[in-house]
Design a protein around this ligand. Sequence first.
Ligand SMILES: Nc1ncnc2c1ncn2[C@@H]1O[C@H](COP(=O)(O)OP(=O)(O)O)[C@@H](O)[C@H]1O
Ligand SMILES: [Mg+2]
Length: 344
Amino acid sequence: MEAEHLDIERRDACRSYLISAGHARRGELIEHRPLSGGVSSRTVLVTFTDGRRWVLKQALAKLRVAADWFSDPSRVHREALGMRVLGELAPPGSIPRLIFDDETHHVLGMEAVPEPHENWKSMLLEGRIKFAHALEFGALLGAIHVNGFARRRELEPLFRDTAFFESLRIEPYYSFTAARESRAAAFLTTLIADTRASKQAPTHGDFSPKNVLVLQDRPILLDHEVIHWGDPLFDLGFALTHLLSKWHHLPAYRDKLHFALNGFLQAYFQSVTNCPWVAELGDRGVRHTLGCLLARVAGRSPLEYLPNLERNRQHDVVVRLINDVPQSMHDLIERFEREIIAAE
Ligand SMILES: Nc1ncnc2c1ncn2[C@@H]1O[C@H](COP(=O)(O)OP(=O)(O)O)[C@@H](O)[C@H]1O
Ligand SMILES: [Mg+2]
């Protein structure tokens, strides 16, 4: 079967594929369910008669977003490599196990997360906010960074290529936003240069509540195609952006979200306390948070749950902060919250 013709979301095609690849025998596939939630791939849950439950993932060349946005489907192999290595760096059980990585069809197979699990982003948006989940989220990121840093001689060469991070993060988030918002252009251009110059630790690149499934109160991390050796503080700013934007969007849950995002930071900080980039939290950590906060309302991939009014408000507030950059994470959170409230 030609790689470009295979569509794993079609049941018959998927079954033939699994049989020809030697993963299943005829009559063995009992369930085939396309999973929603992703924009960059086809993702399908398959169940076999012997009880195996796998998730197959096939990267798309054109992403399912409003703007035209293309990326090489071979990034699924980066994800497979990331899954293998992250499984060693992250706490046990927090990364699904890789089963196969098919270089011909650009498909990978992994173990399905058992039911019942819930997507953490959905839980947060519904106001089901637990401090413990935020702590685990911070500790998970910290473990990936600190344990990866400890193995830097071996891992740096494996993850040196930043092409996917460039095309899926730097361009659509920072460069695109810099071109559209002149008041942030110099700030973002400097941030891009500093990001490229920072080669410190494995950087996940998509460390977001949307990519976390919660199983028995423990987070399981998905979606590793942007992983590279780079600036760990990008992950911190990227993740914090999701929590701060939800704080903005959900006035009824602001107390809980405020504690949650501080808990996330505290747990992260505790894990990486001896790493070299800790000294830069108040600098690049702050700047990535501001860069992502702006990119997610003005870039190529705006947060879909923020209505225009909230996007515009966040845009104005973040531009003001960019022109008078807070000097610590604590200061950033305090001023973001204060200025959003003042603008409401
Ligand atoms: N191992 C898995 N077990 C259960 N569900 C999964 C698994 N991997 C992915 N999913 C589901 O599929 C969705 C999309 O997967 P993801 O890897 O995030 O793809 P995308 O790159 O398209 O965002 C996830 O949000 C999740 O609901
Ligand atoms: Mg995803």
